[in-house]
Design a protein around this ligand. Structure first.
Ligand code: MV4
Length: 453
């Protein structure tokens, strides 16, 4: 059943993005909002709006009962969860289905399976997708963990089965550290996730973070090439590109084929991303986890493939078969995204909410601005600090870098501090210009350069 009315259960720039995709397909939109977001851009441009609770996210954007009730009252036949909040919550996906609506995303079962990082790792192995050398399944006891760590060799990384995105991970450099950290990690995982289960992997270092975008319809899956996301701070990406400057055509072909195998094996439906670590030295790649949502950085993939990923999600959720064959998806040129956050990069990236006193947005060929900002908007202090994303496209990486520089020099966001100066400085860094940064590069660079931003 094609979607008639879509309930947008998210906020900020992604809510705006979802409304635009829905409108292009003739779908009516109802924007969920907390009391703090009543005047947001998403509320202004949606066909309708629905209050779902007070400012605190736990009482609004994370409030399953309120969201389902408001969506039903609005006559919605589908709910788009965006990213963050309830996007990867299997209970929410199941509740939406029980209420007779469509969850725009994979089934609750697939969310649940991929949310268990050990189950995801085993599914990858079963699909013939390379994983990092490490434990089989969960590690039941400290003694067995020690034996595995000793056999794969230190340093090893201890991860929470219920974790993901870097929560609850520990690096042990020797057996003594392993003994200390294993119990600590298990206790912390039990407290944070209600599941103390752990697994162990060899540390891949130095490594790039490369991820593959896929689309599936439950039967068939296609890939939309990869994104390079190594430029990150405290596991928050700040700059993403497509394609990765590090991959040869042969490695790209093997990597993307592996992602399609895994997506197809689990019967994936909707947009998803498989995260890998890439060892440039050996050319080896290793699956680490899957994200079962649309990601912040999806526009770089849209730029290099010309495909509307959010539109594709809505079509698939409405029951259409996958709208693309693999041979219809081609990679053209190079795209870069930078995240403009309301943070002070010279002061340890301290959050800096406030009022937008003036806004001047860049434009021209190959320039895209995805944001919820308008002059006079008061950035609320209750949510994450993403203000918008500047995305540029060029015929090749050099052209994209030049376009990013030009677009950044046009952009003015006045009234608060943003991460804009970080990107102007990064564009001058030789390692960034050459596309050489790996996952720990930015934090080291910031130790020497953040004070000048
Ligand atoms: C790793 C790793 C090195 N070796 N696993 C951190 C977040 C979570 N998604 C997985 N993470 C890592 N897993 C092995 N076996 C290094 C990281 C890691 C990382 C990964 C991707 C992007 C940024 C990162 C920053 C620090 C550590």
């Amino acid at each position: 059943m094609a979607i008639g009315t879509l309930f947008v259960a998210n906020r900020g720039e992604i809510a705006v993005r979802i409304i635009r995709a829905a409108r292009a397909l003739g779908i009516r939109t109802v924007q969920a909002h907390s009391a703090a977001d009543a005047t947001s851009l998403a509320v202004q441009i949606a066909d309708e709006a629905a209050l779902i609770g007070p400012p605190a996210a736990a009482k609004s954007y994370l409030n399953i009962d309120n969201i389902i009730e408001a969506a039903k009252a609005a006559g919605a036949d589908a709910i788009h969860p965006g990213y963050g909040f309830l996007a990867e919550n299997a209970t929410f996906a199941a509740r939406v289905a029980e209420a007779g609506m469509i969850f725009v995303g994979p089934s609750a079962d697939v969310i649940s399976k991929m949310g268990d990082k050990v189950a995801a790792r085993e599914a990858a192995k079963a699909a013939g997708v390379p994983t990092v050398p490490g434990s089989e399944g969960r590690v039941p006891t400290l003694e067995e963990g020690r034996a595995i760590a000793d056999s794969i060799g230190y340093p090893v990384i201890i991860k929470a089965a219920a974790g993901g995105g870097g929560r609850g991970i520990r690096v042990a450099n020797d057996a003594a550290e392993f003994e200390r950290l294993f119990a600590q990690a298990s206790g912390e995982a039990a407290a944070a996730f209600g599941d103390g289960g752990l697994y162990v992997e060899k540390v891949v270092y130095p490594a790039r973070h490369v991820e593959v975008q896929i689309l599936g319809d439950g039967t068939r899956a296609v890939h939309l090439f990869e994104r390079e996301c190594s430029l990150q701070r405290r596991r928050q990406k700040v700059w993403e590109e497509a394609p990765s400057a590090a991959l040869s055509p042969d490695v790209r072909a093997a990597l993307t084929a592996s992602a399609v195998r895994l997506a197809q094996d689990v019967g994936y439906s909707g947009a998803g991303t498989l995260e890998y670590l890439y060892d440039e030295e050996s050319g080896d790649f290793y699956f680490i986890e899957m994200n079962t949502r649309i990601q912040v950085e999806h526009p770089v993939t849209e730029f290099v493939t010309g495909i509307d990923l959010v539109g594709a999600m809505l079509k698939i959720a409405g029951g259409s078969p996958l709208p693309y064959r693999q041979d219809e998806i081609a990679l053209k040129g190079h795209a870069i995204e930078v995240r403009l956050n309301a943070e002070d990069p010279a002061n340890n990236f301290m959050p800096f909410p406030g009022k937008i006193e003036d806004l001047r947005v860049p434009g021209g060929p190959g320039v895209r601005w995805d944001s919820m900002l308008f002059t006079g908007y008061d950035v609320p202090p209750f949510y994450d600090s993403l203000l918008g994303k500047l995305i540029v496209w060029g015929e090749d990486r050099e052209a994209a870098l030049d376009r990013l520089g030009a677009a950044l020099s046009e952009l003015t966001i006045a009234g608060l501090k943003t991460t804009q100066p970080l990107f102007t400085a990064l564009l001058k860094a030789p390692e960034v210009r050459r596309g050489e940064a790996h996952i720990t590069w930015l934090e080291t660079w910031l130790e020497n350069n953040a004070k000048h931003l």
